[in-house]
Structures are given as C-alpha cells and as structure tokens.
Design a protein around this ligand. Structure first.
Ligand SMILES: Nc1nc2c(c(=O)[nH]1)N=C([C@H](O)[C@H](O)COP(=O)(O)OP(=O)(O)OP(=O)(O)O)CN2
Ligand SMILES: [Zn+2]
Length: 147
C-alpha cells in the first residue's frame, strides 16, 4: 500500500457559537485541505497513470466540485445558530453552507470526509480508498479525520 496526498485551499467564514473566547465572533480562515488516498500503484505499462496510485488531478476534480465550489467564499454556519442564519438569509444570494454540527475544524474535517468518501469509492471502484482528511484552520491549528 502507498499513499498520495493532494493539497487544496479555500476561504470561508465561520463562528463557534457558545465559544467563551474570540471564536464566537464572525471571522474567516484560509483553510488548507489535505486529501490522502491509499491503495496500490497502477502497474499497467503505457497507461496514462502508470506508476501512479492515482493522478493528482483526479483527486482534485472531485474535491473541487463537491467541496471547494460550494464552500469557497461561503459562510459555514451551524444549523442551530439561528441569529447568524437569519442574518445570512437577509443578504440576497449569500453563499451559505448550513452544517448539522458546529463548524469546528474537527467537525469540518469529518464532514468533508463524509462527503468525499463515497465519491472516491464510486469513482475508483474500490481499488483505492480515502485514508484521511486533514484540515488546517490556521498555520498552527488542524485536525485529521480517518475512519
Ligand atoms: N479544538 C479546536 N479549538 C479551536 C477551534 C477548533 O475548531 N477546534 N477553533 C478556534 C478558532 O475558530 C480559530 O480558528 C483558531 O483560533 P486561534 O486559537 O487563535 O488560532 P491561531 O492559529 O490564530 O492561534 P495563535 O494565537 O496564533 O497561536 C479556536 N479553538
Ligand atoms: Zn475560526
């Protein structure tokens, strides 16, 4: 088995309601998302991805469509954060992602894993699998989720 990791970045706003410190405020991050895929090398000589686990562009295209296009420059809001939900709804066409858990970096990493795992599984026909999602919220704060 071998792993490859693709790194992508997106910007999003959030807040942690009930947090007793500064994270209770509306603020944003440039999130760094690392997607690690595990499996075996393609040993079919002459194929485009010969010698690769998977072409990095294939990892990116799925994450781009199902995470980045939706989450980038959006506000990530907890479904029970009614004050902020009402505010966001009052802004015409605001890009908002409503989450069933508070948008801590742990919950976001888990949510991304939940979204991407079945997509990679389908696309790569069970030969490869999503090993982990690592999400950096700041250069010194991150969470890694794996099953
Ligand atoms: N376990 C968690 N702790 C914190 C989370 C989180 O998601 N999970 N989130 C926050 C804040 O939202 C913020 O993203 C982090 O702020 P902060 O601790 O200030 O991070 P910095 O890298 O800016 O910290 P330095 O002060 O520069 O070390 C808080 N906690
Ligand atoms: Zn934050």
């Amino acid at each position: 088995m071998i792993n490859v990791t693709k790194k992508l970045e997106f910007d999003a706003g959030h807040r942690i309601p009930h947090h007793k410190g500064k994270c209770n405020n509306l603020h944003g991050h440039r999130y760094i998302l690392q997607i690690t895929i595990s499996g075996f090398l393609n040993d079919n000589f002459g194929e485009s991805d010969y010698g690769m686990l998977i072409d990095f562009s294939n990892i990116k295209n799925i994450a781009q469509k199902y995470i980045l296009d939706i989450w980038d420059h959006a506000f990530l809001v907890y479904e029970k954060d009614q004050l902020v939900l009402d505010f966001l709804k009052s802004i015409p066409n605001h890009k908002t992602v409503i989450l069933s858990n508070v948008p801590t970096v742990e919950n976001l990493a888990k949510e991304i894993y939940k979204i991407l795992e079945p997509l990679y599984e389908k696309h790569f026909s069970n030969i490869l699998f999503l090993k982990s999602i690592t999400l950096y919220e700041t250069p010194t704060c991150w969470s890694e989720y794996s099953k």
